[in-house]
Write a protein that binds this ligand. Structure first.
Ligand code: ZN
Length: 436
C-alpha cells in the first residue's frame, strides 16, 4: 500500500495546498497513517479527518481514476451527500429563520451581510449585544460555521443558538448577562455555495480552510490572493477586535486547538487547552472520546493544516480561535439535529462566556494605534509578549491572574496599568480600563 501511494505522489503535480482546486471528494477506508502523513507533506492533495476508520482525500480530476487503476477502495463523498441533503434547510430558509429571530429582539440583534459568495449568496452575520447599533467597549466573540459546505451540523446549531438567545433574552440570566456585556457575532454559513452544491469547497473549488495567509511560511496578511468568502472574513477582522472565536466543522467529534501549521507549541498552549476543555467537558461524547484524550487535540498533532483560519486569526489578529468538530457524519439525518443541539448547547454558552476571562483598555481618543507589552505579575511572573492595537482599543483573553500592561501609542510615551483577570465572572461591559 505504501508503495502504491508513493507512486501516486508523482502522478500529481507538487503544487501548494492553497492552489489545489477540489474536483474530487473521496473517503478512503482503513489506511496506513504513515502513508497519510507522506501524502499530506507533498501538498498535491488535501487530507482531512484522519481517523481510525480511514481518511478524507480531496484533489483534482484524475484522483479517482488513478485510485481505480490501482484497485484502491474509496467512497465518493458526493454520492453519499446527495442521498441525505434533501431535508436540510436551503440558504433561503436559513435567511428567513435569521430574519425572524432578529425581529424578536430589536435593538439587540441585527442581521447584516459581509458580502456575497461566488454564486451571489449573502454571507450573513448576526450581531448580538445590548446596544447592537453602537460599537461599545465590550469583549468581542465570534462563532463561524460551515466554511466546509458539506459540514452542516454547525450551521443548524449556530442558528438554534441565535433563535434561543432571541427567545430567552430577559428571561435567562446567563443569556441576558452575555448579551448585555459582550459583542457576539455569529455566522452560521460561511460557505453557502459549498452547502448548496453539497461539497466541501466553495463554488470555485477552493478549500477555504487552506486558503488564508500562512504565518508559518512568513506570509504577509494580504487578502489579494484569497477566495471571495475569505476576503469577507478578513475585512470583518480588520473592522473588529475579536478576542475569542470558534469555527464549527464536521467529520469527527473533538475540539482542535492551534497551532495547525507547526508541531511547535502555541505560546498560550496550556490556557488554550483549558479553554478547549471548557467546551469538550460539557459534551459527553466529546469528553469521553476514545480517539482524543478528553475530547481535545492539538491541531498539528492530529494532522498539519497550512493556511487554516484558526492559526491565521491568532497570528495576525490576536483572536484566539479553536476548530470544533461536531459530528462523525458531516451530513447526518436532519432529524438528528435536536440531539446534536442538546449535546452542544451548554458547551456553546460556556465557551462564549470565556471571552470575559481577559482584560483590555480603551483610549478616549479615536483611531489611535500602538503596541502593548503584557507581563503577568501574579500568581507567577511571566512575560506574555507584545501586541499591536488599532482603533484605540485592545482586549486579550488570558489565564486568571494579575497583569501589567505597558501601552505605547504610536509616537507616544509608555503608560502602565494593572489589570486582574478572573474566572467565571461576566464583568459589566467586560474588563476594560479607560485611558485618556
Ligand atoms: Zn471542515
Amino acid at each position: 500500500m505504501k508503495h502504491i501511494f508513493l507512486t501516486a505522489l508523482f502522478a500529481f503535480p507538487l503544487i501548494s495546498n492553497a492552489s489545489i482546486k477540489i474536483e474530487e471528494e473521496l473517503y478512503l477506508p482503513d489506511q496506513n497513517p504513515e502513508v497519510v502523513k507522506e501524502l499530506a507533506l507533498t501538498g498535491s492533495v488535501i487530507i482531512d479527518h484522519v481517523g481510525s476508520q480511514g481518511f478524507e482525500l480531496y484533489g483534482e480530476t484524475g484522483l479517482k481514476s488513478y485510485l481505480d487503476q490501482k484497485g484502491i477502495l474509496y467512497f465518493d463523498m458526493k454520492d453519499l451527500n446527495n442521498k441525505v441533503f434533501a431535508d436540510f434547510p436551503t440558504h433561503a430558509d436559513l435567511t428567513k429563520k435569521l430574519q425572524a429571530a432578529v425581529a424578536k429582539l430589536p435593538g439587540k440583534m441585527k442581521l447584516f451581510s459581509i458580502g456575497k459568495s461566488g454564486m451571489g449568496q449573502e454571507l450573513w452575520v448576526v450581531k448580538i449585544s445590548d446596544n447592537v447599533e453602537t460599537d461599545e467597549t465590550e469583549p468581542e466573540f465570534k462563532y463561524i460555521s460551515s466554511m466546509h459546505g458539506d459540514e452542516i451540523v454547525g450551521r443548524e446549531l449556530t442558528t438554534n443558538l441565535i433563535e434561543e438567545i432571541a427567545d430567552k433574552y430577559g428571561k435567562d440570566k446567563t443569556i441576558t448577562d452575555l448579551v448585555d456585556n459582550t459583542e457576539l457575532f455569529i455566522m452560521p454559513s460561511m460557505n453557502p455555495d459549498g452547502s448548496k452544491l453539497k461539497q466541501r469547497a466553495n463554488a470555485a473549488g477552493v478549500d477555504l480552510n487552506r486558503n488564508y495567509p500562512d504565518w508559518s511560511a512568513g506570509a504577509t496578511n494580504s487578502a489579494a490572493a484569497v477566495a471571495i468568502e475569505n476576503k469577507a472574513i478578513m475585512a470583518l477582522h480588520d473592522a473588529r477586535q475579536f478576542a475569542l472565536s470558534a469555527n464549527f466543522h464536521g467529520g469527527s467529534i473533538v475540539v482542535n486547538y492551534p497551532w495547525d501549521a507547526t508541531y511547535d507549541r502555541h505560546p498560550m498552549d496550556a490556557f488554550i487547552q483549558e479553554l478547549s476543555s471548557v467546551y469538550a467537558d460539557l459534551n459527553p461524547e466529546m469528553r469521553n472520546s476514545s480517539e482524543f484524550h478528553g475530547g481535545i487535540t492539538n491541531g498539528a498533532d492530529w494532522y498539519v493544516v497550512k493556511g487554516g483560519m484558526q492559526d491565521w486569526s491568532y497570528f495576525y489578529h490576536n483572536d484566539l480561535q479553536v476548530t470544533i468538530e461536531l459530528s462523525h457524519t458531516k451530513y447526518p439525518s436532519y432529524s438528528d439535529i435536536p440531539g446534536f443541539w442538546s449535546s452542544n448547547r451548554d458547551s456553546m454558552y460556556a465557551y462564549m462566556k470565556q471571552v470575559h476571562r481577559g482584560a483590555g483598555f480603551k483610549l478616549g481618543r479615536a483611531a489611535v494605534t500602538g503596541t502593548v507589552a503584557i507581563k503577568q505579575t501574579s500568581p507567577v511572573a511571566k512575560d506574555m509578549g507584545s501586541y499591536s492595537f488599532k482603533n484605540s482599543e485592545f482586549y486579550k483573553v488570558l489565564p486568571e491572574g494579575e497583569y501589567e500592561y505597558t501601552v505605547t501609542e504610536k509616537n507616544g510615551t509608555p503608560k502602565s496599568l494593572t489589570v486582574r483577570v478572573e474566572e467565571n465572572v461576566i464583568r459589566s461591559n467586560g474588563n476594560y480600563v479607560s485611558l485618556k
